[in-house]
Design a binder for this molecule. Sequence first.
Ligand SMILES: [Zn+2]
Ligand SMILES: [Zn+2]
Ligand SMILES: [Zn+2]
Length: 364
Amino acid sequence: MSDDAPPLREIRINPIVPNESVLVATARGMRPRKAEEPAPRDTRKHVETCPFCRGNEDKTPPTIAAYPDEQDWHIRIVENLYPVLGDNRDTSSLVFGLQQAMDGYGRHEVLVDHREHGIGIHEMSEAHLIMLFGAYRDRMEQLYASNPRLKYVLVFKNFGPAAGASIPHTHSQIIAMPVVPENVHNEVENSREHYRKHHRCIFCALIDEALTFEATIYDRESGAIRRKISVGQYVVERGRRFIAIKPFASRFEWEIHILPLVHQSDYLHVTQDDLQDFARVLKRTMARLDTVIGGAQYNFFLHSQPRGAEHADCGPSYHWHLEICPRTSIPTGFELGSGLFVSTISPEAAAARLRAVELPPESD
Ligand SMILES: [Zn+2]
Ligand SMILES: [Zn+2]
Ligand SMILES: [Zn+2]
């Protein structure tokens, strides 16, 4: 959709989680959201007093794992100093919208993503990103194997003060828990229901739709063309094995999901070859985002098939993905109260702007 497209005002229902919806209102003046004060991110390479910078390893809890090795690490995993849940803590500080009462068993760990203090994902080499996402996979596997009571290992990253990162050094977190977070639970249940009715993975269906759907929507009264949906209009980046798409009903204006093109429910099944393509798609996607929104601050969440007997049958219906949620505005009272998110740019227009970014030639 070009910039002179007629203003859009419609409520879009998330096809995977129908009780999540977004009001797309692109008319000029529709600015119900308060723009985030641009909190500049810390781009320094090394900070003497930072516990995650090299030389300060003794200021953090002991190393659980390091890549490629502990002496010359590029990635380090340590216990979180302030865990939301631990081997024998109570549950009072749990804030994840979890489904049921639980005992507080779990693990909360921090990954120092890179030696360089303020480096962004789009500035890391593909080789480094392969190592990072391989570290996630290894640690998830070890944690699941460590205790059969664990139902979910959540990997996420808060990048930049607007995204809630309390420590400026680039890092991500791993929380292993005995329940499934509510948003993953909703995706798992709804996609299973979809599979029961249609014998198809809804994520695969959405990828197909993003790649091939073409339609013209006419105004019923005047017969004028209201909207043309053309091939690939939700696609931001496409690799051999992965695709980055702008969801049709995104909660966040610049939200992007990266999914494997071929159905795969469990992140633990990714191969090194998969990760190679994933790293390239991720780096290019983040570079596009950084160019378009400038100094992107974001959260990402890795969503994969949960453990436990009640989830054993969701292999054909669930499809793992990385959700990237840039923080460009603060939700308004209306959004928080109604649960209806407002987007002032249409996902089609957002995808077009991201696609239009000219990336530097690939070197690594
Ligand atoms: Zn640092
Ligand atoms: Zn699928
Ligand atoms: Zn998800």
